[in-house]
Design a protein around this ligand. Sequence first.
Ligand code: CAP
Ligand code: MG
Length: 427
Amino acid sequence: MSHVGFIDTTYQPNYNKEIVVTFYMEPAIAFNEAAEAVAGESSIGSWTDLSTLKPDVAKKIGAKVFYFNEKQNIVKIAYPLELFELGSIPQFLSSVGGNIFSMKAIKNLRLVDVEFPEKYIKSFQGPALGIEGIRKILKNKDRIILGSIIKPKVGLSAIEHAQVAYDVWKNGIDLVKDDENLTSMVFNKFEERIKRTLAMRDKVEKETGKIKIYAANVTAPPDIMLERAKYVKSLGGRCVMVDIVSTGLDNVQYLRKQNLGLIIHGHRAGHSTFTRYPKHGITMLVLAKLARLAGIDQLHTGTVVGKMEGSEQEVLSINELLREDWQHYHILRENWSALKPTMPIASGGLHPALLPKLEEILGHDIIANFGGGVHGHKDGSAAGARACAQAAEAIFEKKSLKEQAKFHPELKTALDQWGGVKYKQQR
Ligand code: CAP
Ligand code: MG
């Protein structure tokens, strides 16, 4: 029987051949013993030495704790690629996102970041269209893309839904989306909603000469999800939306593999069940990396200024990762150039008065989504859409919203209505 030690602080990881994971760890036993247990359980080890584990195998594919800092609660582990099945997010999560989170040896454990070798990144399809593809479809090179979630989340009939979509598209919104919990309801069946909403899209495109996108929520068990995505495609749809946490990233991979040529819009409802508590779980950054691998073209990542939790530093680092080929803050250790970039989506509590600050922090290469900030406008959804478009126009022309509102009554009303609505901003 051989004893396997998983700690070697003299070890230099090979970023081309190993997946390097950074954990935040609060141990329930001695720090080094807990680190050892985490590395073992997530790779080849057990709670005892194993007669079946050959020393040469242990040496070759055992994980290595190459750095730990007890004061900062940081553990860095290098995992040889042989421990992973290429192209499989479920297998990755069963390893480094698996049993280790249940062990009594730890009080808290957080998967902070993962650095993937190029070979691993290349084994995934990534986005079919990416930022360039989305901008090409919309013929919009450099402006913020304006989106609107039809509200109420659930409660409109298919006819009403399609009419509201028409109203906002007609008045300056580029992308209309279903809400995360709107799938196929007794009073708003999926097929009817899609048929009617896409018919309205065609009508508005004819009337305005502008391209519009409808992100139809196909979230469902995989067989039904696929049927629905094919239905969207058959009616000339350009985009489907998937709730990536509740549906599962494996199902996103499955949908992407069908090569339907559709934009996949990733809604992250439920991510905070494991991303929010700062000491335990998996960070949104890691989820975003997995979403890009799986093939999400556009992903909700937060607003900083809106109603959802997420600090400026966090949202910026996620957006940078999604957009870039190389990850700057890793000193060029991770090469994502094999996969197309994913477009970040800012959503949650946005209204026109927040748009300048949003642009100042996150830049213009985003989709800005408005739900209540369009459909809560005192004069209705059409006026709400106009107010958003007027605010975006002002930003593009480098004018203040106050100046713009002098000649744009819908924006003026929105500013009067919501100018005072500010959420706590996290640095
Ligand atoms: C926004 C939204 C989105 C959230 C998701 C909602 O509506 O439709 O689902 O933005 O959060 O249901 O809350 P409002 P995140 O514009 O009316 O707030 O993007 O942070 O994942
Ligand atoms: Mg929503």
